[in-house]
Design a protein around this ligand. Structure first.
Ligand code: FAD
Ligand code: NAP
Ligand code: SF4
Length: 676
């Protein structure tokens, strides 16, 4: 590698010579399904989405997954490339990327037994634990047909102008199902020992190379860590990597964890760059570039991965959803200007799981580039925004970017609103980055920030537009003893105003109740900041050698005994995020937290909290009761202004507190500002 000389990140911006073509730097935009791939009418939006990311400086972009045939659809009528008439819609996408000097590969993804429809096929008739459909086992003729459809799809991709394809061989999809003993129980030429199980993958790469010629990029996404029982072991992974290289792959990308794995791999509580060690372990054994993935979200992390020799390239997927211009900002030495992905999954993966177009919590323009446009205003106004929480910050900065003269008030001494509380939760350290980004953005867009200023009607006289983003007030509860000194608010605990006792009951098991649970059971350094401890907690084999890279989890003892309670029947946490809720539940379970639904609160006295569950009265002998019972809008300022006949815009928690999250707050603030 010849490091670049004109940047603070010399390894990240070193070009990469692939022999027949050159990449301008070491940044690969990892594949993400946005939902735009599923309908031909959305391809112009897909072109704008990729065009913006190419303009932002990434070297090599990978599309969301396209199945090579109907059986491999992720969901009925999902993205697919198998017929010549499907080629034309891709040309604007590849042209938009090439116009900005980047390259693009189409990902070939056959869902195998993860396909959410009854036509699914797999090496063996084994149902996935996360899918209601049972696959049909492929005949050996059927296996041949699958391989042929990969080669045909790759040829069509080439016709569409793609520089190559990425063959999805990981995450538990069809190819990975052939490779792992967990899912391949065949006894023909495609099952048995490791060399037979990997034959399907090797044949696919070989046939694509044959069909597309030597000057076509083939990225192979190889599952380096299955993180499931009966996954591959290290010898098998190495054997596969060498065979894939020999079959004609140009680049090996890392795959980490099957979708059914019970180890988190991309959530915000996963340490940054947690898995690059396994890519480093592979690198000396192959002669093609290898790509490190997962939780690489800032340039210093990416540079360290490359400088330490862990990989030849880094894959940024969600970080480029959050900020398409991440590479350009890094290259210019302005990491503070990057809108950092906080790995929340709330607007990307969680959307995809409910069949909704992906976007980004911190960047509502993601995958909506043609629809949410921040045009310069023809008529600048004097705009007051009250409240510097996520809603107010988004609104103030977008309005100022458009040319309005914006003043932002907050009663607190720092910007951020509730994000200043959220960032204290172990595993939510990334929330600091959003605040850093907004601090920079406020200065950059010239917003006049007035901290320690509680705005009232008088303060707001003379503005053309007033935006009220005053957030929420914690909901108070009403049961006997609710005013007992041991009963405190989540803010008291999280802001350090109260030190919780050794036994604690949490009333309310929403997002904040779970977060308070995490805060109370962890003490000292957050596992998210200590990869070795994190791996021990989740049972990841630190040598990456065992089958599936799993070992016995060794959670540290909890800092205190905690009960997490809700009145509604059923399991607490059912309404948490689709892709992250299970992580919160598993963490608290491992720490011995008692989670109870259907609880009636009878009262608090000096002995603790009395509850009734299933008709049985119980005394929880706790020393602290933390109220996390939801929130109410803080509207007194809006009401005061409205009483004076002034028109106001109300956004974020001040508008609707129920089911409020930062995704809605930032989206609402940004959309209002785009329309002012
Ligand atoms: P707020 O963040 O409440 O900000 C309101 C601001 O207005 C405050 O700074 C306040 O000081 C100011 N203000 C009020 N009145 C006045 C006045 N008269 N004059 C001047 N200033 C005033 N959301 C997620 O999406 N994902 C998460 O993982 C997540 N985790 C969370 C964890 C915790 C522990 C907490 C507490 C919240 C979490 N949230 C999360 C919720 C998220 O923080 C809120 O949805 C979001 O902050 C709401 O934004 P907002 O701008 O409407 O209000
Ligand atoms: P929430 O999700 O609405 O949960 C409130 C909890 O309090 C519920 O468990 C509710 O359950 C209980 N409750 C409501 N009224 C009560 C009362 N009068 N007495 C006793 N219990 C009562 O609210 P939250 O936990 O405060 O979170 C606020 C918002 O922040 C949420 O909308 C959430 O989206 C967001 N947030 C998100 C995350 C995340 O990871 N995505 C994390 C934190 C916060 P019962 O009615 O069954 O008792
Ligand atoms: Fe990252 Fe959250 Fe945005 Fe997804 S929604 S890209 S995880 S910040």
């Amino acid at each position: 590698m010849t490091p670049a000389t004109d940047t603070a990140y010399p390894h990240l911006f070193a070009p990469l010579d692939l022999g027949f073509t050159q990449l301008r730097n070491r940044i690969l935009m990892g594949s993400m399904h946005t939902g735009l791939e599923d309908h031909s009418r959305d391809f112009p939006k897909l072109a704008a989405y990729f065009g913006e990311r190419a303009a932002g400086g990434a070297a090599l972009l990978v599309t969301g997954g396209f199945s090579p045939n109907i059986a491999g659809w992720l969901a009925p009528f999902g993205s697919k490339l198998s017929w010549p008439w499907e080629v034309g819609r891709h040309r604007p996408v590849t042209a938009a990327v090439h116009a900005h000097g980047a390259k693009i590969c189409l990902q070939l993804l056959h869902a195998g037994r993860y396909a959410y429809h009854p036509l699914q096929v797999a090496p063996s008739k084994l149902k996935a634990p996360i899918n209601p459909f049972t696959p049909r086992a492929l005949s050996s003729w059927g296996v041949d047909r699958q391989i042929a459809s990969y080669a045909r799809a790759a040829r069509l991709a080439r016709e569409a102008g793609y520089d190559g394809v990425e063959v999805m061989g990981s995450e538990g999809y069809l190819i990975n199902e052939f490779i792992a003993p967990r899912t391949n129980k065949r006894s023909d030429a495609w099952g048995g020992d490791a060399s037979k199980r990997m034959r399907f993958a090797v044949e696919i790469v070989r046939r694509i190379r044959e069909a597309c010629g030597p000057d076509f990029i083939i990225i192979y996404r190889l599952s380096l860590l299955d993180l499931v029982e009966d996954g591959s072991n290290w010898e098998e992974i190495l054997l596969q990597a060498k065979a894939i290289e020999a079959a004609g792959a140009t680049i090996i990308n890392s795959g980490i964890g099957w979708h059914e794995a019970r180890v988190p791999t991309i959530a915000t509580s996963v340490p940054r760059a947690a898995f690059t060690g396994v890519t480093a372990k592979l690198r000396p054994h192959v002669n093609v570039p290898v790509v490190a993935v997962n939780r690489i979200n800032m340039p210093d992390v990416a540079e360290r991965v490359l400088a330490d020799g862990h990989a030849d390239m880094v894959s940024l997927a969600r970080p480029l959803l959050a900020d398409p211009h991440w590479p350009a900002k890094a290259r210019a030495g302005k990491p503070e200007a990057i809108n950092t992905c906080i790995a929340c999954n709330q607007a990307c993966l969680d959307h995809i799981f409910v069949n909704k177009r992906a976007t980004c919590l911190v960047n509502p323009r993601a995958a909506h580039e043609t629809e949410l446009v921040y045009r310069p205003t023809p008529a600048p106004k004097r705009v007051a925004v009250v409240g510097a929480g996520p809603a107010g910050l988004a609104c103030a900065t977008v309005a100022a970017e458009r040319g309005h003269q914006v003043t932002l008030f907050d009663a607190a001494g720092e910007i951020g609103g509730q994000f200043n509380v959220a960032k204290r939760i172990p595993g939510k350290e990334e929330f600091h980055e959003t605040l850093r980004y907004f601090r920079h953005r406020l200065a950059d867009t010239g917003v006049d920030v007035r901290l320690d200023t509680r705005a009232d009607a008088a303060t707001l006289a003379g503005f053309d537009e007033v935006v009220v983003a005053t957030g929420i007030l914690p909901r108070r509860v009403d049961f006997p003893g609710a005013d007992h000194p041991m009963v405190v608010s989540y803010l008291d605990v999280l802001l350090g105003r109260v030190h919780a006792a050794d036994k604690v009951a949490i009333i309310g098991a929403g997002g904040i109740g779970f977060d308070v649970g995490e805060f109370l059971v962890h003490e000292g350094l957050s596992p998210a900041l200590d990869p070795a401890r994190w791996m021990a907690e989740w049972g990841v084999d630190p040598s990456f050698s065992n089958r599936g890279a799993l070992t016995r989890p060794q959670p540290e003892a909890p800092a205190r005994k905690v009960w997490l309670l809700q009145r509604s029947p059923g399991k607490p946490g059912a309404r948490l995020g689709k892709t992250t809720g299970w992580i919160h539940r598993a963490t608290l379970k491992a720490k011995g937290v008692q989670m109870l639904g259907g609880v009636e609160y009878l009262g608090v006295d000096d002995h603790g909290l009395r509850i009734r569950v299933d008709g049985q009265e119980q005394l929880l002998d706790v020393g602290t009761v933390v109220i996390c019972a939801g929130q109410e809008p803080q509207r007194n300022l809006a009401a005061e202004l409205q009483a004076q006949g002034r028109s106001v815009h109300i956004i974020g928690g001040a508008d609707v507190a129920v089911e409020l999250d930062a995704k809605r707050a930032i989206d609402q603030g940004s959309r209002l500002a785009a329309a002012l």
